[in-house]
Design a protein around this ligand. Structure first.
Ligand SMILES: [Zn+2]
Length: 400
């Protein structure tokens, strides 16, 4: 075995939020596994391998390392895992936002505007827009991001979006079933066949996941039968399953997601008792996207009800040009606390380990031995400052 290339000792951590339920010596009362006056050693044995956590514990017992960083009194937590975004797009819909704030309701139709602009953009333009958005996320503490296609809606344009997304993340999601594109509205069935057939075959090599906007309340999205057809085809092609469900009204998305064993069903704004029971009895994560309700002035999901039922909850941005053009996980935490009945600790867990579970990952979302050294640092002494100092950019990715 070669010697470690680098080992970096990080000290000056007033509060280390590990999100590790099993860590000896940590405070587990709020479910965050907190160590105070802590230190972490991160490093990699090989040049091409991502750095991992090699040691963590009280600063007084920290080992020596090749390099050292003193944070001088800051809180450190797992980098946020944003498990639901639509970052590959061009165009501008700020006027739509202004119109909606003036009273026009949202029904999913504005997506066609972005589809047109995205198809017209060249690869270099899309690549730059995507890279800038990922960097914006990193600057606010997000270290893992899932990216969906869904603004191409032709075989070539969906494959292009996934190819570009794969340049920035391994968590790529094929969303040919985002909406029925305008040119296919006369023949929905043919479009669904394309999405579940040739388009899927071309997309699958570039995707880890498949997702469907299952929302019968929207004339642009997909009903239960269409969603089932697309998801089962995706599963047969080796992709993991995700669902957009129960955003605009009660619907079949949650039940379908649980039945098919989807990793996550996202939105979950309108739930029946049966939906909550299904989530509690399955292993599908409920991913809540409160930036959407904020940006569309809609009722928020009832996170308290889900948590009290024992459902695993994740928070994500849904960063997209129509219903929430925010890349800020700290804002989602603040909204979850202010508007959805979550405690600050529950919201932080949901934004880190909850997101990791929604992506079926155990190497991110928690600070533990052997996990990726993906850390966020706050210009503050405690995680409580994330919702408390709403709108203030105190969180960033710790670059080591
Ligand atoms: Zn979405």
């Amino acid at each position: 075995m070669p010697e470690p290339l680098t080992g970096i000792l990080i000290t000056g951590i007033t509060e280390l939020v590990t999100c590790d339920d099993t860590l000896d010596g940590a405070e587990h009362g709020e479910g965050l596994g907190i160590l105070r006056d802590a230190a972490v050693v991160v490093g990699s044995d090989y040049e091409d391998v991502a750095a991992t956590v090699q040691w963590l514990g009280p600063a007084a017992r920290a080992p020596a390392a090749d390099w050292a960083i003193d944070l001088d009194g800051k809180a450190v937590l797992p980098g946020f895992v944003d498990s639901h975004t639509h970052l590959v797009f061009a165009g501008d819909r700020s006027a739509e936002y202004a119109a909606r704030m003036a009273g026009r309701p949202y029904d999913g139709g504005g997506i066609a505007t972005t589809v047109q602009a995205t198809r017209e953009a060249d690869d270099a333009t899309l690549r730059t827009l995507l890279a800038d958005r990922v960097e914006e996320m990193r600057s606010q503490g997000t270290t893992t991001v899932e990216v969906k296609s869904g603004y191409g809606l032709t075989l070539a344009d969906e494959v292009r979006a996934l190819r570009l997304a794969r340049e920035v993340t391994e968590e790529t999601t094929y969303l040919g079933a985002h909406v029925v594109p305008p040119e296919s509205r006369g023949d929905r069935a043919a479009y669904v066949e394309l999405v579940a057939g040739d388009m899927l075959a071309a997309a699958a090599p570039h995707a880890k996941w498949i997702d469907v906007f299952c929302e019968p309340a929207s004339p642009h999205a997909f009903d239960a039968d269409e969603a089932r057809h697309v998801l089962t085809a995706g599963r047969d092609a080796g992709l993991g399953l995700r669902v957009h469900g129960n955003q605009l009204g009660h619907g079949p998305g949650v039940q379908l997601a649980v039945e098919l064993g989807a990793a996550s069903v996202d939105h979950c704004t309108h739930l029946t008792d049966d939906d909550v029971d299904a989530l509690a009895g399955g292993d599908t994560v409920a991913t809540l996207l409160p930036g959407v309700e904020f940006s569309t002035r809609s009722p928020y999901p009832d996170a308290r009800r889900l948590l009290d039922a024992g459902v695993t909850v994740a928070l994500a941005t849904d960063c997209n040009p129509g219903t929430c053009y925010s890349s800020s996980m700290p804002l989602m935490i603040a909204l979850a606390v202010r508007e959805m009945g979550m405690t600050p600790a529950e919201a932080v867990r949901a934004a880190a380990v909850g997101g990791a579970r929604a992506l079926r990952r155990d190497d991110v979302g928690a600070v533990r031995l052997g996990a990726r050294a993906d850390l966020a640092v706050l210009d503050a002494p405690s995680y409580l400052h994330i919702p408390y100092r709403v709108g203030v950019p105190i969180a960033r990715t710790l670059v080591v």
